[in-house]
Design a protein around this ligand. Structure first.
Ligand code: ASP
Ligand code: MG
Length: 421
């Protein structure tokens, strides 16, 4: 069996879902179809949540917009009386009712209960449409099967429990296709959790691992993995084959095409990951796997925006590399901050992290008693793998470089954002 994952861009309207059905019908074997929320639904739900959390009734308008958006997608696929349409209405009513009360839990906890609706709506519609066109498809609620801890917004998978449940529910006894949600999971006690933004790729990889899938295909609006973001370099070219190692390095450095956590579960079972275009599904795309037959040798450009560089120095002028190092990183971990670059000297350490205000402020508060802290805001992290002098020049020209780190294969720069791009 295979796992197909469709992201928001591929299912943003009725035409997208018809296209999905065509791609899925072209596949003869057994399939798990992992779907994320339609279009920009997750962003819209985040807005609903933030307004509601702040006590602003303006959330209602956004929620009604989301309802009419989903009703109009469904309207392009089913008759008004279809069961899928009423299921959508029922789930919207459920959310409306939930939001009538004041928040009962902290922000992250509420986030997962609310923002997860996007995937519920999208999968109800997709599963019903696949059935309508005659496929033996079934909707699965992943929240009772992919079991996680209760670290809301960044939940960790409980592997044993999840594997047992996933294997028993996706059993292909009397169905050929299962449609399920990406991005979300559930705790043993039945609370909804999420796996981090853009986490549907990761969900697909987890399910593939647990079911020993033959391959995973992530359907995108680009022809595969490119050697740069085409919005940055329009002359970017497709990489036909990429090793797991290379893919992990790329995603860690900020390549947005697949979620960073996706590779490990696939690598561990040696399951190839294809990145293909839903616009031209017959093209081969990129395959990510363990052994690659040809080395492309092309420089790969990766840009991680919205970063902040923080330099941390023990106030008492102690060496930073001893106990302080573990203390600093332990705090980062506790606050859920991922460090994308580290550079240490005797008495200071500089790190590049995502500029997530709330998290940065809270970790700084904890560090403050013992450390002097200096920030550089509005920076970005530029990485070139397989660099050449020309490639380096291309990205650093006219940039203010705050930090540089070079190995044989990879060079990374922390630069100030120019504002013109
Ligand atoms: N819908 C979620 C998001 O937009 C998950 C995903 O798309 O992978 O972050
Ligand atoms: Mg999405």
């Amino acid at each position: 069996m295979k796992v197909f994952k469709f992201g928001g861009a591929s299912v943003k309207d009725a035409a997208g879902i018809k296209n999905l059905a065509k791609i899925v019908s072209g596949e003869n074997g057994k399939l798990v179809v992992v779907v994320s929320a339609f279009g920009k639904t997750t962003n819209a739900l985040e807005k609903v949540l933030k307004l509601w959390f702040a006590g602003d009734k303006g959330y209602r308008e956004h929620l009604e917009e989301l309802h009419s958006y989903h009703s109009s997608v469904a309207g392009g696929l089913f008759s008004r009386y279809d069961q899928a349409v009423s299921r959508i209405d029922i789930t919207f009513s459920g959310l409306r009712e939930y939001l009538e009360s004041l928040p009962r839990h902290d922000f992250d906890h509420e986030y997962d209960q609310i923002v997860s609706y996007g995937e519920i709506w999208s999968t109800i519609i997709v599963a019903a449409y696949l059935e309508l066109v005659g496929l033996k498809a079934e909707w699965i609620d992943i929240r009772g099967n992919l079991i996680t801890d209760d670290r809301f917004r960044d939940a960790n998978i409980l592997w044993n429990e999840s594997t047992l449940r996933v294997r028993s529910i996706f059993n292909f006894m009397d169905k050929d296709i299962y449609v399920t949600q990406g991005f979300i999971g559930g705790t043993v006690s039945g609370l909804t959790t999420t796996l981090g933004r853009e986490g549907s790729d990761y969900s697909a990889a987890l399910i593939a691992n647990m079911l020993d899938a033959e391959s995973v295909v992530v359907w995108k609006d680009v022809p595969g993995l490119l050697n740069a973001d085409p919005k940055w370099f329009p002359d970017a070219v497709r990489l036909d084959e990429v090793s797991y190692r290379e893919a992990v390095e790329m995603t860690f450095s900020g390549a947005k095409i697949i979620h960073p956590k996706t590779i490990k579960p696939l690598h561990n079972k040696n399951i190839p990951l294809h990145v293909k275009s839903f616009i031209s599904p017959d093209e081969s795309g990129t395959v990510i796997k363990s052994e690659i037959t040809q080395r492309h040798g092309l420089p790969v450009f990766i840009r991680k925006e919205n970063q902040i560089m923080v330099s941390i120095m023990p106030r008492d002028f102690s060496f930073v590399m001893g106990d302080y190092l573990s203390r600093i990183f332990c705090l980062f971990m506790q606050h859920g901050i991922r460090v994308s670059l580290v550079k240490a000297s005797a008495v200071s350490i500089s790190v590049c992290i995502d500029d997530d205000r709330m998290k940065v402020d809270s970790v700084m508060k904890d560090l403050n008693p013992e450390f002097n802290i200096v920030y550089n805001e509005n920076v970005e992290l530029l990485t070139v793998r397989h660099y050449t002098a020309e490639a380096v020049n291309k990205i650093t020209i006219n940039r203010e470089i705050l930090l540089e780190q070079r190995s044989r294969n990879t060079v990374r720069f922390v630069v100030r954002k120019t504002g013109q791009e």
